[in-house]
Each structure stands twice: as C-alpha cells, then as structure tokens.
Design a binder for this molecule. Structure first.
Ligand SMILES: [Zn+2]
Length: 434
C-alpha cells in the first residue's frame, strides 16, 4: 500500500539515526512532504494541519532506509544471456517488479554499478513503479575481452569502427580500447544521466573471457575516464579484485574500488593513505550455483569467495572507508538474501557498525557524485532536514542484527521520500491525539 499524507508523525519511536551507536529515548518524528522536519523528545503539535497520518511506534526502532551500494537493477531477474536475447520492454518490466521487491526489503536506495537502468530510474522517480532511489552508472565500461565483454568468440575480430555488439546496443556494457574511446564512452554515460562512472579494471567472475588475474585498462585509459568524470563533477568506481588492478586504478585517480577481494596488505595500506573507498560484499556462497561445478567461472568464484575473510580483516585493520553492497545477480531467489547479507556483516562488525555502514557510511560514498547526485538532500541518516527514507523495525536491530534478514516480518513501516509504501501498524490515525 502507498499512503501519501502531507504530514506523517511517528510517535513513541526510539531512533537509530544511522551514525550513533545507541537508540534515542522515546521520540516524535515529523515528516512533511519528503523531508524530516522535526525530531523531538516531547510531543509535536500538528493541530490545524489538514492532512496528517499519525503512526504509533509503541517504543519500536525507527532507522534510516538501507542502502545497497553495489546493485545491478537490470541484472537481478535477468542474466547477461537472457538480457541479450529478450525484448528490452520485457526486461524493464521484470526489473520494475524486482525494484518493488527491493524497496519492500527496506532498501530505499541502490547504487547501480552497471546496466541500462536509466529508464527504470525515471519510472521510479516519476512514481510509475515503486522502487528504490537509483544512482545509475549506466553501461559499465570494459576493454576487448575484459569483464563486461559478453561477446561470443565468433564475433571477433570486430572491424574497427564497426557495428556495436548486442550488450553495447542495450547499454549494458561498452567496450573501449584507447583513452579516446574511454573518453567517448564515459561522456555518453554522463550525457544519459550517470551519477558516477563504472570501469572494469581487472578480470571478473561472471565474464566469459577475462581471467581473474588480468589488469585490463592501462593507467592512461583509466586516467582518461577519471578526467572526464571529474570534469562532470563526479568520480570513477572500478571493478578490481587484484592488488595490481587496484594500485593502477588508484594511481590514475580512481576514488572507489569495487570488490577488492584478492588484495594484499600493501594495497590496503595504500588505500588507507589515499582515502580510497572500498565497496565490498560478503557474497553468498549460493551465487556460485549460477556456474556449473568445475567450470572456469565456478573456480574463479570460489577463489574470490576465499578472499572475503582477508579483505574484511584488512578493511578493519587499516580503518578503510568501507561501503556495503550485495552484488546479487541473475536470481530472484538470491535477491531475497539482500538483508541476510547485511546481517552477515555481523561476522566482522558490531551490529551498530554494520548498520552504520549500510546507512550513513554508504550515503557518504553516494555523495561523492557531487553535483551529479540525483537526490539532493541527506540520505542514510535520521536528522532534521534529511530526506525521509525510514524503516520502523519490530525490535532493536542494535541488539539483534538478524532482524534485518527478515524484512517481511520485521519491517513494519517502510517510507521512501516521505511516502509510506508498507504499513503493518493499524491504519494511520488522522487525529493526532488518538
Ligand atoms: Zn557487480
């Protein structure tokens, strides 16, 4: 259900604000239009206001909506092979339904790090489809044979200046093999509305042609992307597992490393020195089932999986700026684990640290998009003037992080941009004194 009152008043809620390790005393939170207008320990008067919804939290926890900083909105229900074969209208409708499910899991914002999500984002922002806020990268940019080149071998060689491959026509990924080509492809994504740019700096798991150990772009090519992005006021994030790929990217001015699951200690130290973001994921073992046992892709996946423990260890040891994401791909079933993967951070972090990472820390990474930020206003925090993306949780997630793993049961209210998309409380009362 969607309820859209001009004013929503939460009463008797204890607030996890996204940054502080403790819950607030019982409080009142007033949302007007799409912003948090007032937070108070004493009653807030809404007398004389015409259109008010009062939600009694009965002492439950109010917290910021969750943020997934490594998401592919177009590739959850679809696979690269299906995406290339299916009608794009169908793919968009399937992605729209998945976007609604994503919002219903309490993820009110996602950073899309590759895929043709501009149309979906627009439909969500216009209210045609319920879904999270999307920070789109558009097509991920790769080299010939790199992570993101999904061509068949019979499509090689490509005539220089020849036709685009299917994945390029769809805007899923673009192939660029020189600084000039990189500049062109980056600028195209910026023109289409990318809030940040995604390059693949090394080999990947899901790509058919790239071994994990390879570094793909040259430093000069990455620098061309960084320059074009910075001229547009934003930044470049790169897919990179190995130390070599990460170090080359940092030398070229990249501000965010996606994954980093095969990095060594010297690289972690470099990231700490440079203040580079690590956007990494506690990948689910089940993700490997997408690849046949013993296949090259399955073996690559298993190698990456073994790196998770080391990478979180290094992230903690060097206090790296760390963002949370899930990178769930190719499976509606696995997407159900989105909250469970956040709860899995409990293996390395205290609940308040994990929840801070998925809210206010993640929002700091989103804010790197500067003037290209599509949603001006603060996210990931419950404070006055912030955008009103809020969850009412049945229980205290600072004591029991597992509550996040079962959003259907435990998230009683889900609000995004001031609109209530889910409400399991009694229907809101319009009389503030009721
Ligand atoms: Zn990814």
């Amino acid at each position: 259900m969607t309820t859209s009152a001009a004013i929503t008043l939460f009463k008797n809620v204890r607030i996890f604000n996204g940054a502080t390790a403790q819950l607030s005393p019982p409080s009142f939170v007033l949302v007007r239009s799409n912003r948090i207008e007032k937070i108070s320990k004493t009653s807030i008067s809404v007398e004389g206001e015409a259109d008010v919804c009062v939600l009694d939290g009965a002492g439950r926890t109010l917290m910021p909506g969750l943020i997934d900083n490594h998401w592919h909105a177009m590739l959850v229900r679809s696979t690269p092979t299906a995406l290339m074969a299916d009608d794009l209208g169908y793919t968009n409708l399937a992605a729209g339904v998945e976007a609604t499910d994503t919002l219903m899991r309490g993820f009110t914002t996602v950073r899309d790090v590759g895929g043709p999500a501009f149309g979906l984002k627009r439909a969500i922002d216009e209210g045609l489809v319920a879904g999270p806020r999307i920070y789109p990268s558009g097509a991920m940019i790769s080299i010939t044979g790199g992570h993101g080149d999904f061509r068949q071998t019979h499509e090689v060689p490509r005539r220089v200046g020849g036709a685009l491959s299917r994945a390029e026509q769809l805007g899923g990924s673009m192939i660029a093999d020189s600084p000039d080509e990189v500049r062109l492809r980056v600028r195209e994504q910026l023109m289409l509305g990318a809030s940040q740019i995604k390059l693949t700096a090394g080999g990947g798991v899901a790509s058919p042609h790239s071994p994990l150990d390879v570094s793909t772009f040259t430093e000069e090519e990455v620098r061309a992307a960084v320059e074009a992005a910075e001229n547009w006021g934003t930044y470049v994030a790169v897919h990179a597992y190995t130390s070599a790929a990460i170090q080359r990217s940092i030398a070229a001015g990249v501000q965010c490393i996606e994954h980093g699951l095969l990095m060594d200690e010297a690289t972690a130290r470099l990231m700490a020195e440079k203040g580079t973001w690590l956007s990494t994921q506690p990948l689910p073992e089940e993700l490997g089932q997408a690849f046949p046992e013993g296949s090259p892709r399955r073996l690559k996946f298993e190698q990456v999986l073994r790196g998770i423990e080391t990478t979180y260890g290094l992230a903690k040891k060097y206090s790296l700026k760390t963002a949370f994401g899930t990178d769930i791909l190719f499976s509606q079933k696995l997407a159900q684990l989105q909250g469970a993967l956040l709860a899995k951070l409990g293996s390395w972090y205290k609940p308040e640290e994990a929840l801070k990472m998925a809210t206010s820390d993640n929002a700091k990474l989103l804010a790197l998009s500067g003037p290209r930020n599509p949603y001006m206003g603060k996210l990931g925090i419950v404070e006055e003037e912030a955008l009103a993306d809020l969850l009412l949780v049945d229980g205290n997630p600072l004591e029991n992080l597992e509550l996040i793993a079962d959003p259907a049961r435990n998230f009683l209210v889900i609000m995004k941009d001031g609109k209530v998309y889910k409400n399991l409380l009694d229907a809101c009362t319009s009389n503030p004194r009721a």
